[in-house]
Design a protein around this ligand. Structure first.
Ligand SMILES: [Fe+2]
Length: 193
């Protein structure tokens, strides 16, 4: 576990641990996580600090992996233009909050029945701005992609579990799909107080 020494991060983790301990049903639980992450990403001081955070394409900063409840808190730094491929987070939930910059969220739906292994067709179901402070909930199997407006952005994730231990679906422009994508490279990182 990475020690959450930053007071704001510690407060977030403490709140999340309390929440996990309450054992609410999934929908209520994640709406509460969303609210709590919304407070976290609405901090100007943290926003300024995040401008010095490392991390880049294909990487996720690991802030906290909870030893008791298994949830994960991470940071995604997009140093410049960023456009993710459509993907899902398999069976897990993610609260995704924009701490700095502006992102765009695109949601997709599958238009085939999954009959042909390794192939998938998808279409856009919605696309919207995710400005600083915006929090999305990524539900199990929701196909989505995040992009930014070409300038650096930073997002904070709260995930059901540490990524990398399960296969995620990736959807490629040529209509192929990879069901066993293992997420991003995790970089342990301590946010300085
Ligand atoms: Fe994602």
């Amino acid at each position: 576990m990475n020690d959450p020494t930053h007071p704001a991060l510690k407060a977030l983790v403490d709140d999340l641990r309390t929440l996990w301990g309450e054992g609410l049903d999934e929908e209520d639980h994640w709406l509460r996580v969303k609210d709590r992450l919304g407070v976290f990403v609405d901090q100007g001081k943290l926003r300024l600090a995040s401008r010095n955070w490392p991390g880049g394409r294909g990487e996720e900063l690991l802030f906290h992996h909870d030893p008791d409840y298994g949830f994960f808190v991470g940071g995604l730094v997009r140093p410049g233009p960023h456009e993710a491929l459509p993907h899902d987070h398999a069976h897990t939930w993610t609260a995704y909050g924009v701490l700095d910059g502006t992102e765009i969220t695109t949601l997709y739906r599958r238009t085939d029945g999954g009959e042909e292994p390794g192939r998938a067709t998808i279409e856009i179901s919605s696309r919207y701005q995710a400005p600083t402070g915006h929090v999305d909930l990524v539900r199990p199997w929701q196909i989505h992609a995040e992009s930014n407006n070409g300038e650096r952005s930073v997002a904070i994730t709260v995930r059901t579990e540490k990524p990398g231990g399960y296969g995620q679906n990736m959807f490629f422009p040529d209509g192929t799909t990879n069901m066993n994508h293992r997420g991003l490279k995790l970089i342990p990182f301590t946010v300085d107080p």
